[in-house]
Write a protein that binds this ligand. Structure first.
Ligand code: GLN
Length: 543
């Protein structure tokens, strides 16, 4: 007897085993791309077992970048992979956490929604998780991919695993699929690949009633037939449904190509009862080929940040720079610069020789003076510059201090007593008491000004970009700054907030209050990243 058969949507649940950081997000994104390229409509979400309601209040050191969706959800960076690989626009329904699930249940309990009952993990939390999964189930969607964060065996993951077990039981085997991503480590001293951790991880899932249908094995050495047989036999998975995902040589964008070579997507469609249509991947293959061997050599871009030691902190920025390289047929080498290094050693010492300087977003005053000096260096030495969010605010501060004689200019975020608050807190922010989910978030329209670098890059007069900030360009200084030569290139039509500033007397100097990196894709670079890398290439050539 089966329930919930009222829609045709099929579900794929992806779990991880043995260790974290296996690239479950990239694998899920790659599968979403392949299934889409087989002609199916795919939605994708991530369920994270931690207790924060969303990652918005976590330090990038804890969690990496916070990825912002069009509708303003602050989410896990894996959603960035989903959007970049599969070109799927994610929404609030694409990332749930234990925190968001529990708070929904507790709020309902307070409203009297469970009157008379004892509220428990099973069934109330698991029901809430199931409704989060069901929220993507629709007549417009053929396949929903649900990635479960964490590793099998974590205490926190248990309600999520129980919920997906129930979900699949309810929709039936032919409509739901469990894929387990696991690690087959290479033990150097023995010169051997080991399948035992994967067997144990599948054992943990089996104990709670999940029998994976498919295994994808991350490995740094290719598996032999013997390994495949062993994994199949001891993990109880058909031999042809055990796949390997070897470390890729050049770029994560090779992952879908490698999975497609093994027909993973074809087997998924067969198991879910779908017709297997042809796979259309030519443009993706071309893009990867161009990325691996670009025709125009190399540009070096310095990213001057505050969380620079952690690669994941600026994930979307690094990806968008890579896309800028693909579009300009050039390799982008990133020089990661700790903003405090600029303070300690001076801009010239750490930035000399780079072909472009990017100052990304951030919070708090550590490193801000270094960022401001890096921007001054870019402006005065005519090095192409892209400022993003805090990077834009720092560009305004730099200009006010060094071109308008406002020596004390600052943001109220860093100096509440400044005599020249060129960056001010937004009016609606001043009344807020909660920090979580209360910034200016998500997509807003911006009207571009004719004759600017921005209009040239976008080839459009009206754009929509994603935001995540509390502070803004202080309009009281608009006249003074523009008279001194700063150009306003984009304004939000709803509230007249300044969204883009440029320095016209310069090869390419653009700074925006929004986050263009979230809308860049390998197959369609964001216009500002395309324009920035193009300017960096001109800098290499001295043109
Ligand atoms: N801290 C700044 C603000 O809140 C910039 C935010 C950001 O860079 N994302 O406005």
């Amino acid at each position: 007897m089966r329930r919930n058969r009222d829609t045709e949507t099929r579900h794929i649940f992806i779990t991880g085993g043995v260790v974290s950081s296996l690239g479950k997000g990239i694998t899920s994104a790659a599968l979403a791309l392949l299934l889409k390229r087989r002609g199916y409509r795919v939605a994708i979400q991530k369920l994270d077992p931690y207790l924060n309601v969303d990652p918005g209040t976590m330090s990038p050191y804890q969690h990496g970048e916070v990825y912002v969706t069009v509708d303003g959800a602050e989410t896990d960076l894996d959603l960035g992979h989903y959007e970049r690989f599969a070109m799927i626009d994610c929404t609030q329904q694409c990332n749930f956490t234990s925190g968001s699930i529990y708070s929904a249940v507790i709020e309902r309990e307070r409203r009297g929604g469970y009157l008379g009952k004892t509220v428990q993990v099973i069934p109330h939390i698991t029901d809430e998780i199931k409704s989060a999964i069901r929220s993507l189930d629709s007549p417009e969607t053929d396949i929903v991919i649900t990635e479960i964060g964490g590793t099998a065996g974590d205490i926190e993951s248990l309600p999520f695993l129980e919920a997906i077990r129930q979900y699949r039981h309810e929709i039936g085997r032919d409509r739901g699929l469990f894929i387990h991503l696991t690690l087959v480590p290479y033990i150097r001293a023995a010169g051997e690949l080991k399948t035992k951790p994967s067997q144990q991880s599948v054992g943990i899932l089996r104990e709670i009633g999940i029998l994976p249908d498919m295994l994808i094995c991350r490995c740094e050495q290719p598996l032999t037939e013997e390994h495949f047989e062993k994994l199949s036999l001891f993990c109880n998975v058909d031999r042809e449904l055990v796949f390997e995902e070897l470390d890729v040589a050049n770029t994560i964008y090779e992952v879908p190509i490698e999975l497609a070579k093994q027909d993973v997507d074809k087997y998924i469609l067969e198991l879910l009862g779908f017709h297997v249509r042809d796979l259309e991947l030519a443009d993706w293959n071309d893009m990867v080929a161009r990325l691996i061997s670009p025709a125009n050599g190399e540009v070096e871009i310095a990213v001057v940040g505050k969380y620079i030691t952690l690669q994941d902190s600026y994930k979307s920025i690094y990806e968008a720079l890579t896309h800028g390289g693909i579009a300009n047929d050039v390799k982008v080498k990133v020089r990661q610069v700790e903003a405090e290094e600029v303070e300690a050693r001076g801009a010239e010492a750490v930035l000399a020789g780079c072909n472009g300087i990017l100052v990304p977003g951030g919070f708090g005053d550590r490193g801000v003076e270094g960022k401001i000096r890096a921007i001054q260096y870019a402006r005065e030495n005519r090095v192409p510059f892209l400022g993003i969010c805090l990077g834009m605010q720092c560009a305004v501060i730099e200009f006010a201090r060094n071109r308008c004689g406002l020596e004390d200019a600052n943001s109220l975020e860093f100096n509440p007593d400044t005599s020249s608050p060129v960056i001010d807190m937004m009016e609606e922010q001043k009344k807020l008491t909660h920090l979580g989910g209360t910034m200016r978030l998500g997509a807003f329209t911006c009207e571009l000004v004719e004759g600017t670098r921005s209009v040239e890059a976008y080839e459009a007069s009206s754009i929509s970009e994603r935001h995540r900030h509390r502070y803004e360009f202080n309009s009281a200084y608009r006249e003074q700054l523009t008279e001194a030569g700063l150009r306003i290139a984009g304004v939000c039509p709803d509230n007249q907030l300044v969204e883009i500033v440029e320095y016209p007397d310069h090869p390419w100097f653009v700074a925006c209050q929004f986050h263009p990196e979230f809308q860049s894709r390998p197959l369609s670079v964001h216009p500002l990243f395309g324009g920035f890398v193009k300017a960096a290439l001109a800098n290499v050539r001295g043109t």
